[in-house]
Write a protein of this length. Structure first.
Length: 178
């Protein structure tokens, strides 16, 4: 309405807003197809599944820091929420584009065989069964998943003390998937 421009303060602000909007439209119209696709590109979300045990803190941080170098948003189950942990995690997996499961030696059976924490197995199984999510498994040397739902799935083996080789392989996989 014309009356809006009568007030010098409001009118000036509105005029400036219109000029900025016109400039933005002009910039958008000048973009080529590739530039528009980059603007529309959704940043993928990676849900990182891991055992929160203190002994895993360093290796988990290395992997999460490495993943954060890629053009992704990281989601994890450690954020506090008012719903149940399982519902929170399921929602985060549902919303993620892929899952990275850091499978460390967390539980040992009576034969001395190490397995990942049950939560990690369950989160990965949920992602695979219910959502058919892309899952990248990072499996600590000496940790066994045979006989589990992932017994025949590929994984990246890592050495807790020297994960460099695993990080290189993870980079190759992430570059293909993102």
């Amino acid at each position: 309405e014309e009356k809006l421009f009568d007030n010098p303060i409001k009118g000036g602000a509105l005029e400036m807003a219109l000029q900025m909007a016109n400039k933005a439209v002009g910039i958008i119209k000048s973009l080529d197809k590739n530039e528009i696709e980059k603007l529309e590109k959704k940043i993928p979300t990676v849900f990182v599944s891991y055992n929160f045990d203190e002994k895993n803190k360093d290796i988990t941080k290395k992997f999460k820091d490495f993943i954060s170098k890629f053009d992704v948003a990281i989601s994890e189950g450690s954020e506090v929420n008012t719903i149940s942990v399982s519902e929170k995690v399921k929602t985060k997996i549902d919303d993620a584009d892929m899952v990275v499961a850091i499978m460390t030696k967390d539980e040992q059976d009576d034969k001395g065989i190490w397995f990942p924490a049950k939560w990690i197995i369950e989160e990965s199984a949920y992602a695979l069964a219910n959502k058919n999510k892309e899952i990248i498994r990072l499996l600590e040397k000496g940790c066994d998943t045979n006989g589990r739902i992932f017994g025949d799935k590929e994984y990246i083996l890592f050495d807790r003390e020297n994960p460099t080789e695993a990080l290189i392989k993870l980079a190759e996989v992430l570059n293909k998937k993102i």
